[in-house]
Design a protein around this ligand. Structure first.
Ligand SMILES: Cc1cc2nc3c(=O)[nH]c(=O)nc-3n(C[C@H](O)[C@H](O)[C@H](O)COP(=O)(O)O)c2cc1C
Length: 215
């Protein structure tokens, strides 16, 4: 579906998910591999946004590694790979995969099943989001930010989400993946499809996949 069609449908509140025939249960991820990859400076040297994705699915091990790098638990006290104000850990990472929608549970290291629908199409107006193998959605849960003044919650949560997106950029650079952070998204359609509450806000999305030119 073209970006223009998607935008028009979005304006009409008609951007809908595609049905998916995937499993209806949560997926336990293999333990993340926490070693290896490019040295940090080499990854920084090639970090960039890409909008040209192959449709090949991401293997579960790669997905586990990616999510751990993005926002996994990296310390015994439950700390994460990305910072958050007052350690509120208010960001939830949702996944739109071809066979359904999930939430990353870093503690259980699993993908919590949410919906059988293929939500990739509604994660953004740009055409590539429909068929790239993974669209991440970053959602703030403001019920975890009681200690943060109300007027600062959105900006703090956006900073925290931005840190996660950069982790994904660096993981992608280190693993030969393509990625792009996206703010041109239909937040209402995504919130509706994910069944979010009024305390949850869709902040950003990010597409990840293999670069098309290399497959
Ligand atoms: C907050 C934010 C929102 C963005 N939204 C989009 C978007 O909706 N669609 C898109 O294709 N790129 C988006 N980008 C990516 C930028 O276009 C990209 O980072 C910029 O062109 C610089 O390119 P680089 O990332 O390769 O350095 C966004 C970047 C940021 C930081």
């Amino acid at each position: 579906m073209s970006s223009l069609t998607k935008f028009v449908l979005g304006m009409m509140g008609q951007l809908r998910p595609r049905p998916a025939a995937g499993a209806t249960t949560s997926i336990l991820l293999p333990p993340p591999e926490k070693q290896g990859g490019l040295p940090l400076m080499d990854a920084l040297a090639i970090r960039h946004s890409s909008r040209d994705f192959a449709t090949d699915p991401l293997p579960l091990q790669l997905l586990s590694n990616l999510l751990w790098a993005a926002y996994g638990i990296n310390r015994n006290d439950g700390g994460r790979t990305a910072p958050s104000a007052l350690n509120a850990q208010e960001i939830d990472v949702f996944l739109a995969l071809p066979d359904g929608a999930y939430r990353y549970d870093a503690i259980a290291n699993e993908l919590q099943f949410l919906a059988t629908s293929d939500l990739r199409r509604i994660t953004g107006y740009q055409d590539f989001v429909d068929d790239a193998p993974l669209d991440l959605i970053y959602v703030a849960d403001y019920t975890r930010m009681n200690l943060v003044p109300v007027g600062q919650r959105e900006s703090y949560a956006s900073v925290a989400a931005g840190a996660i997106t950069q982790n994904v950029y660096l993981f992608a650079a280190s693993n030969g993946l393509a990625t792009v952070i996206r703010a041109w998204i239909d937040r209402a359609a995504i919130a509706d499809a994910l069944g979010l509450t009024h305390d949850q806000q869709v902040l950003l999305s990010q597409t990840v996949g293999y670069p098309r030119s290399m497959t």
